[in-house]
Write a protein that binds this ligand. Structure first.
Ligand code: ADP
Length: 204
């Protein structure tokens, strides 16, 4: 730890000529992070994907982060035990933060079950750059959908630490947007999110 602190002392920030503001201006958009949290199978990736499609179609520069491109790459050393889940979210937030700095609208779809981890994302990217969307789908509905067959495996005891079955999900109390998918189509959900973030999309 001491060694790490000493080496950090020698990191001196270089002043670059191009700022985040410049990149946003060139992209003709604001940049921020749209974070989807909810149970596995709740619809996070489906809705993030449809929202990204809409934004892209309108000329916005976006990037979507999800388990596929993160857990197989930068975080392929992490498991689903609580400490690793925390580290998983921290790294994703740092990656997203760089992308926001690069001038992109980032969509991230992760279960992110712990409140303290989601608070940490907000601290890393900053409150103004963070939109938290709670995809609120009942566990019964997620289990019925069981898109990836994971609930069946978890019930059979083949997966440890599976959120909603044998690991907790701490629902957000004050999300920026809450979507209850049990009574909404994907299109309706996207439109609702779009309406809420519309003013945020353009650089100010
Ligand atoms: P997650 O990313 O939250 O694990 P996915 O998006 O991978 O969830 O899977 C959600 C599944 O639920 C998809 O197969 C999707 O088609 C289905 N689904 C059914 N109704 C809805 C809805 N109203 N909103 C979002 N997804 C829905």
């Amino acid at each position: 730890m001491k060694l790490l602190k000493n080496s950090m002392k020698n990191i001196v920030k270089h002043n670059y000529l191009i700022s985040k503001k410049d990149r946003q201006k060139l992209n003709n958009q604001n940049s921020f992070l749209i974070w989807f949290t909810g149970l596995s199978g709740s619809g996070k990736s489906t809705i993030a994907n449809a929202l990204e499609y809409k934004l892209y179609s309108e000329g916005y520069k976006t990037y979507a982060l999800d388990g596929d491109n993160i857990r197989k790459g930068i975080n392929n050393d992490l498991t689903f035990k609580p400490e690793d889940r925390t580290e998983n979210i921290r790294r994703i937030a740092e990656v997203a933060n760089l992308m926001v700095d690069a001038g992109l609208i980032v969509l991230a779809a992760f279960v992110s079950p712990y409140k303290k981890d989601r608070k940490n994302i907000e601290n890393i990217v900053g409150r103004n750059n963070f939109v938290e969307i709670f995809i609120n789908t009942s566990i019964e509905e997620c289990e019925k959908r069981d898109v990836k067959g994971l609930y069946k495996k978890a019930r059979a005891g083949e997966i440890l630490n599976f959120t909603g079955i044998n690991a907790p999900y701490e629902a957000p109390e004050n999300p920026d947007i809450e979507i209850i998918t049990d009574n909404k189509t994907v299109e309706e959900s996207v439109n609702e999110i779009y309406k809420t973030i519309k003013l945020k999309l353009k650089d100010d």
